[in-house]
Design a protein around this ligand. Structure first.
Ligand code: FEO
Ligand code: CA
Ligand code: CA
Ligand code: CA
Length: 587
């Protein structure tokens, strides 16, 4: 299969797949194969997966559940490009389809706990055109579980707001969970966003802070408070435990004994993920979205500068710097933004914007709040400076080709008042914002923006916008969630929620960003029934795409499973990271 002019292996876009079809769909002349599946043994002593006899101890040594953000880096010790290191988030679990209902409840919770967290796993391939396989017992293989120690760094570290009975220093946190998307840094570490952490904590039910973060005084569905007192603020000494989650985590996948960090300088909210770029002046700029209806988009600018030769130094860059939140202004008359998604008369959804400072030069810029309070109660701080309420910012990623930043706004069923950057009421299908920092300076506090896509299915009559590309020539797309780039600078989008919107399975799409075909959106892959598409990781040079298939068959039960993914005779669906590649190049 020849490379096309744009460099990626040529593919015929797939037709949209009905949402109830339990299969992985890839283009003609492509095939797919799992790299690693829920329950696969990671260590030499780890037991093989046995769905009918799963236990917490086995799970702690196996690949976790509901793989989300996924990235592959080449192993630096192997110049042939045939060894890799993969990092994967395990966002949450679906206990009702993972374990039989007869299982002891405490054991089921322990399995669930050990199926959360993170995985680092080594990979190998025969040639650069062969699929990756994981290496059981790889020297870098690692699980990050609820007993893994994370160091809090940045403004909140050591503050009274994060001290607990078990950690009177306020610096050492056990575990990470609800990790959704992420990113790779130029110094070869991985960032991972702690997203829906609120659902794991019982609060006291009174404070404005708890309310703003969605923590209630009710029992949680996970029930972890039954196993460990720190999950309830009603237990003396653990009032602050929830203040220790909701951060961006930084992991060094190449050092299996390293202590992972929670970077509080990037603020505390429902971080979808974080992605960084180095500005012209050497400062590191990290972008991150808060995935909640009507929440905000943030950026962090490091105080110190990147040094290509000094990895240890670079690993401190996310500890100190300025934190901003975004305010967007449209340039079309309000009367033209009617909430339907109809393009304004100037032909574009566009305008200017401003990054409003929350922390600058180590000081709080928010009246009445200390810098520690801004770092821990970032949502409340942002509320005080008037940023734009967005339609659920999911993944946010700068293009390393152009510096432009892409923001996936996945949907917002509750929006009643449209503005130019969130132009649809009851936004079912989402949109993608493109930000250009003023002067190409990533540290600038002023920017220009436009919408790249207003998603939906034009053939079903949805009002859409694909940067002016003819809407009858695009693949229908709904609920953009994760974004990635290939080596040519094309944007790739994975979706979460299309079945409830346009009625098709979620999938992976390529979007052209430049030239006469800007906005052209083509579907590459679709995932099984009730799954969302995560990752993704694109390697156009070697000609493959990797996606994490998350929560296949999640509306089923143990007795009535809705998915048999990955179709190897298993009785339970197994969330898995899969690789799609051209048939004829394999082996
Ligand atoms: Fe876990 Fe915002 O998706
Ligand atoms: Ca406009
Ligand atoms: Ca997501
Ligand atoms: Ca999502």
């Amino acid at each position: 299969i020849p490379f096309t002019e744009d460099g990626f292996v040529g593919f015929q876009p797939i037709a949209p797949v009905p949402a109830d079809r339990d299969q992985v769909t890839v283009p003609a002349n492509f095939t797919w194969t799992p790299i690693i599946r829920w329950g696969d043994p990671l260590f030499a002593d780890a037991p093989e997966f046995d769905p009918n006899n799963q236990c917490a101890t086995a799970q702690s040594r196996q690949f976790g559940y509901n793989n989300d953000y996924t990235t592959i880096m080449l192993h630096p010790n192997f110049a042939n490009g045939l060894r890799g290191v993969m990092f994967v988030n395990h966002e949450y679990t679906n206990p009702e389809i993972m374990v039989p209902p007869s299982m002891d409840k405490a054991e089921a919770r322990a399995i669930s706990q050990n199926a959360h967290g993170l995985t680092v796993v080594e990979l190998v391939r025969e040639t650069v055109y062969s699929p990756w396989r994981y290496i059981k017992g790889g020297a870098l293989n690692r699980r990050f579980l609820l007993d893994t120690t994370f160091e809090l760094t940045g403004p909140a570290a050591g503050s009274d707001l994060v001290k607990t009975k078990a950690d009177p220093e306020g610096r050492w946190v056990k575990g990470t969970f609800a990790n959704c998307s992420g990113g790779v840094t130029p110094w070869g570490t991985v960032l991972s966003g702690e997203e829906n952490f609120h659902g794991y904590f019982v609060g006291k039910g009174k404070s404005a802070e708890e309310k703003r973060y969605g923590i209630t005084d009710k029992e949680t569905t996970h029930g972890w408070e039954l196993d460990d007192p720190r999950f309830s603020a009603k237990n003396a000494g653990y009032e602050n435990e929830s203040h220790r989650f909701g951060y961006v985590v930084e992991v060094d996948p190449f050092n299996p004994t390293s202590t992972p960090k929670k970077r509080t300088a990037l603020g505390r909210f429902k971080h979808e993920g974080a992605n960084v770029i180095i500005a012209q002046n050497g400062k590191v700029v990290a972008y991150s979205g808060d995935d909640e209806r009507f929440d905000y988009l943030y950026k962090f600018v490091s105080k110190n500068t990147y040094r290509s030769w000094d990895r240890a130094h670079n690993m401190t860059l996310l500890d100190e710097g300025d934190l901003y939140v975004a305010k967007f202004s449209g340039n079309s008359p309000e009367s033209e933004i009617d909430g339907t998604g109809k393009t304004p008369s100037d032909g574009k959804f566009d305008g200017t914007g401003e990054w409003l400072p929350l922390i600058k030069d180590g000081k709080s810029m928010v009246p009445g709040m200390t810098v520690e309070q801004v770092a821990v109660f970032t949502r409340l701080a942002a509320d005080l400076v008037g940023p734009t309420k967005m339609d659920r910012c999911e993944d946010v990623e700068p293009s390393l080709h152009t510096g432009k930043v892409y923001v996936a706004c996945t949907n917002n069923s509750k929006r009643e008042t449209a503005d130019e950057v969130n132009p649809r009421v009851k936004n079912r299908d989402g949109h993608v914002v493109e930000i250009t920092e003023r002067g190409g300076d990533q540290t600038n506090t002023k920017f220009d923006w436009n919408l790249l896509l207003v998603a939906g299915d034009p053939r079903q009559g949805d009002v859409t916008y694909f940067s002016g590309f003819p809407v009858d020539k695009v693949s229908p797309i709904s609920c953009p969630d994760n974004v990635a780039f290939d080596e040519m600078g094309n944007l790739w989008i994975s979706t979460d929620g299309a079945p409830d919107g346009i009625g098709y399975a979620d999938g992976l799409f390529r979007v052209q960003l430049t030239g006469p075909e800007r906005g052209k959106t083509t579907q590459f892959l679709a995932v099984p029934r009730e799954a969302e598409t995560c990752g993704p990781f694109i390697n156009a040079r070697d000609g493959y795409a990797v996606v994490a298939v998350q929560h296949p068959g999640e509306d089923g039960t143990w007795a009535d499973q809705h998915s048999a993914f990955p179709y190897e005779g298993n009785t339970v669906p197994r969330p898995a990271v899969i690789q799609a590649l051209p048939v004829r190049r394999w082996g």
